[in-house]
Design a protein around this ligand. Structure first.
Ligand code: TRP
Ligand code: ZN
Length: 884
């Protein structure tokens, strides 16, 4: 079948721009239906480009070009070309510089922000104008060299109706405000720091603000403002407190001060991603900014903290030093995620944070590495850059920076970041630049380490041990391999910091050390080891790798109980769960060590309850499936359910007793978001869900009682989650009351939508017809990405049984939604495609059914480049797998 092909963009094709833009003057006449933008560019030939004849290339998308002037004179149509590749304007160097070496180009464009449902560029949400320019949204505002290596100083004039848009915001400092006399007013903003256009932002609307101040280390007073609706201002105080904590932390940990007089955040209800680090004017998905006790869970409070910090940290790692091209995305994202993780380790239990990070890497990033979209943290090619804002670029990118921190040590690492910021401030840099600064500051050769930037896939370590009792010598033999990924068949050995320790009966954990792996196989000896120890491997998840060691069941149980590293304990109990799962699916037998470990955890009152909660949160369907070469979706679901039911039945009394203990620890105290209270709520929630996997009237009543007595959303959501898959009157009561209470609150009703979309069983109605009914719900809003995700993404991610319904109806549903949303918002739709990433590993008929829908999608002429790239790579991975 013949259909359009996407253009492939390659890292090796990078060319410096022919012209730079020193200064940009933008003048906006805002109108929801027809906005007019006048842009004046002060251009300069780029000395570094090498080719003095290189033209100026301006990108545009969905714009009406009103006029084009060079040095005040209209530019005749013969003086420029439109390129066939997209919407590009090309102007020859000779034309531009005919009137001197400092040409000024003025461009007037117009467009309709209300019709912008892709939410890229300038759009209107709830009557408020707002922008999203990363990665390539600025070209929807005006023709511009829309690439991150063109850095300019911006002066922005905004004109709009005073009644409808009393607040007018852009990056930097406010220069002036005036009334225009005709019902319109004007504000002028100036950003003294040079920036790429993806960091441009504008917000205009009838919005209120919360104000505060921050005194920087050097004694400058910075005005802090969070903009939202008046009604939502009380929900902004937590974000404000987080912002101040993050600003202080960046000064102390990295020596980075804020650099403008004002820092603003706007909360948008319609937003494609989490948040955006626009210079001096961050824009957030309101879901990740607003929080109070009745409308945010403990986990949400933590997420707000992390994202506020993340976007703030970008002011240095991303804005002051930006990326040369989008292949370098991990330069800012991996580094910023790592900075965020370091900060979060000071805000919550470091062990619990590290387990969360490890679980996320293992369930999501390892899956990406094993699927059709596998790519290195610095990709070599892409078709749609939006598709590369991935767990690999972000989270694995952060793991790579963490390994540098481990290999160099904290002190040399800090010297390296100081050097990097000093050397590249105000410029667009590369991942190579970052590593070069680390190398220079530490004197450590990182040539082999750099393979982490170029090789995709998850290294697999095979570890074997040997004990020589006569010589008291213990040896660990380690070998590393890396499976092939699409387009990369042969892999070279990686540098892997493997943190280990020896668990010795009687004396606990000893001999902690970091083994530095560089070869295919290596051996490491420990002298004076009095008895055969149990090795504790990959402590704190010291590298993004998989480790296989042939532990005995009793050894794993010993690690669960006695290791002092949270991640290792958690990993050991998961390993036992995997074993029990395999055994149950195999000969139907049981694994006594898992029961032993669960009993020990339930009776463990010495360990942080949050850690126990994590250890009792068992692997998802996807994680279980990803261990199999051939996936049987129905068997995964039934075995998992049966194992959880058996465990819950065996430990019923102990779970209920421990649950009661956690509730008592919380009772009589005023609600607090402190770590101790959070930990008790978390464990209570995990136990409630656990015991309800073998639910009966007594456990249903326990849930309802928690819900009725709740004075915070965490307890409410945990009670509702515990009964999500249990059709019973208690569930109906909670769910309908929650729906009625919050039907007019966007974020709160999304929680209800997401629970319902994820619910596995509902008597006579199939999960697929239930999710279809949600799309027909009167409050479903197809234009709001959070609401769409609460239904479609929640179904795809959490409803394993519904998605894999044996008649293929779940596949049909997702394929249909991909097409539907691709027509209005490609970056949203592209995220749904991931649901099919395991298709070719499935048994029949799951494989054939998914393949059929993928082929149907690929045959659509009108697919966006975003969806087309993923669908075609997904199909192709199936072909390659068939050939192996
Ligand atoms: N740079 C943003 C971040 O780190 C990510 C982002 C927000 C984004 N909105 C986007 C990326 C839209 C692509 C498209 O956190
Ligand atoms: Zn980021």
């Amino acid at each position: 079948m013949k259909h359009p092909e996407n253009a492939v963009i390659r890292r090796s094709d990078y060319r410096a721009p022919g012209f730079l833009v020193d200064r940009v003057e933008l003048c906006f006449d805002l109108d929801p239906l027809a906005t007019r933008v006048e842009s004046t560019l002060s251009l300069r030939r780029n000395g570094a480009a090498g080719d003095v004849t290189a033209p100026l290339e301006l990108c545009g998308a969905d714009l009406t070009l009103v006029s084009l002037h060079l040095n005040g004179e209209p530019l005749p149509a013969s003086a420029w070309q439109k390129s066939g590749n997209g919407d590009r304007i090309i102007i020859a160097a000779a034309v531009l510089t005919a009137g001197g070496e400092q040409p000024r180009l003025s461009i007037v464009t117009s467009f309709n922000p209300t019709a912008n449902l892709a939410l890229e560029g300038l759009y209107v949400t709830n009557g408020t104008f707002c922008t999203q320019c990363e990665a390539e949204g600025f070209r929807r505002i005006t023709y511009f060299p829309d690439r991150p290596d063109v850095l300019s100083e911006y002066q922005v004039t905004i004109r709009a109706s005073r009644d409808d848009f009393p607040v007018l915001l852009s990056n930097g400092n406010l220069v002036s405000e005036r009334d225009l006399g005709d019902g319109r007013h004007e504000a002028v903003w100036h950003d003294p720091h040079k920036k790429p256009c993806y960091l441009f932002a504008l917000v205009a609307g009838k919005i209120d603000r919360l104000q505060d101040h921050f005194m920087t280390a050097s004694g400058r007073k910075v005005l802090l403002e969070i903009y939202s609706t008046t009604a939502n201002l009380p929900r902004c105080t937590w974000a404000m407190a987080c912002l101040k904590a993050a600003m202080r932390w960046d000064e102390e940990a990295y020596g980075r001060e804020y650099d403008l007089d004002r820092f603003m955040i706007y909360a948008a209800d319609d937003f494609n991603m989490g948040a955006m680090e626009n210079k001096g004017l961050n824009i957030f998905n309101s879901r990740f900014l607003l929080a109070d006790r009745d409308t945010a869970t403990d986990a949400d409070f933590q997420t707000v903290d992390a994202i506020v910090a993340h976007e703030y940290f970008h002011n240095w790692s991303g804005n002051r030093v930006t990326c040369r091209d989008w292949f370098q995305l991990s330069l800012k994202e991996g580094f910023t995620v790592f900075r965020e993780q370091q900060y979060m380790a000071t805000r919550a239990s470091p062990a619990v944070m590290r387990i969360d990070e490890t679980a996320f890497m293992q369930s999501r990033q390892f899956a990406q590495d094993a699927g059709p979209m596998a790519h290195p943290i610095r990709p070599d090619e892409y078709e749609a850059i939006d598709n590369f804002y991935t767990v690999t670029v972000y989270e694995k990118g952060a793991e790579v920076i963490r390994m540098l921190h481990t290999l160099l040590g904290a002190e040399a690492y800090r010297k390296g970041t100081d050097l990097y910021f000093a050397r590249h401030d105000g410029t667009a840099a590369t991942c190579d630049d970052f590593v070069a600064a680390m190398e220079e500051a530490s004197g450590i050769d990182l040539a082999q380490f750099k393979r982490w930037y170029s090789q995709a896939g998850t290294p697999q370590l095979q570890v074997r041990d040997e004990y020589d009792a006569a010589q008291s010598r213990y040896i660990l033999h380690v070998s590393q391999t890396m499976p092939p990924t699409p387009g990369q068949l042969d892999k070279q050995p990686m540098v892997i910091p493997l943190a280990v320790a020896l668990l010795q009966e009687g004396s606990g954990v000893t001999r902690e050390r970091v083994l530095n792996l560089t070869e295919k196989t290596q051996s490491f000896a420990f002298a004076d080891v009095p008895a055969r120890p149990i090795p504790s491997l990959l402590r704190a998840f010291s590298a993004p790798v998989k480790v296989a060691f042939d532990y005995g069941d009793a050894q794993l149980a010993a690690l669960v109980e006695h290791d002092n590293d949270g991640v290792s304990r958690w990993q050991a109990v998961r390993e036992l769960f995997f074993r029990a799962f395999d055994k149950l699916r195999g000969d139907g037998g049981a694994v006594a060590a898992l029961d032993h470990a669960v009993a020990a955890l339930l009776a463990d009152y010495a360990t942080d309850p949050a850690l126990i909660a994590h250890m009792l949160a068992f692997p998802s369907h996807g994680e279980l499936a990803d261990r199999d070469a051939e996936i049987d979706p129905a068997a995964i679901a039934s075995t998992r359910e049966e194992l959880l039911r058996q465990l819950a039945t065996t430990h019923r009394a102990a779970i209920i007793e421990r649950y009661g203990h956690e509730r008592i620890a919380l009772s009589g105290k005023a609600w607090s978001p402190d770590v101790t209270a959070v930990a008790h709520r978390a464990l209570a929630g995990t136990l409630l869900a656990f015991v309800n996997t073998a639910g009966d009237t007594e456990t249903h009543a326990l849930s309802l009682a928690q819900w009725q007595g709740a004075d915070n959303l965490t307890d409410v959501m945990n009670a509702m989650t515990a009964l999500r898959d249990q059709p019973c009157p208690e569930r109906d009561r909670m769910y309908s009351a929650f729906h009625d209470q919050w039907q007019h609150d966007l974020s709160m009703l999304n929680r209800w939508f997401a629970l319902e979309a994820g619910a596995l069983r509902r008597g006579a109605t199939s999960a697929v017809s239930a999710v279809r009914a949600l799309l027909a719900h009167e409050r479903f809003d197809s234009k709001n990405p959070n609401r769409v995700r609460a239904v479609v993404q929640a179904f795809a991610d959490q409803n394993w049984e519904g998605f894999h319904a044996s008649d293929g109806s779940g596949y049909a549903f997702i394929a249909e939604q991909i097409l539907r949303f691709d027509a209005q918002n490609p970056s949203l739709a592209a995220r749904f495609c991931d649901a099919f990433s395991r298709w070719y590993k499935c048994v029949e008929p799951a494989r054939a059914l998914q393949g059929m829908y993928l082929h149907k999608l690929a045959a659509h002429e009108a697919l966006s480049p975003n969806v087309r790239e993923i669908i075609e790579k997904t199909l192709k991975a199936g072909d390659t797998a068939a050939l192996r």
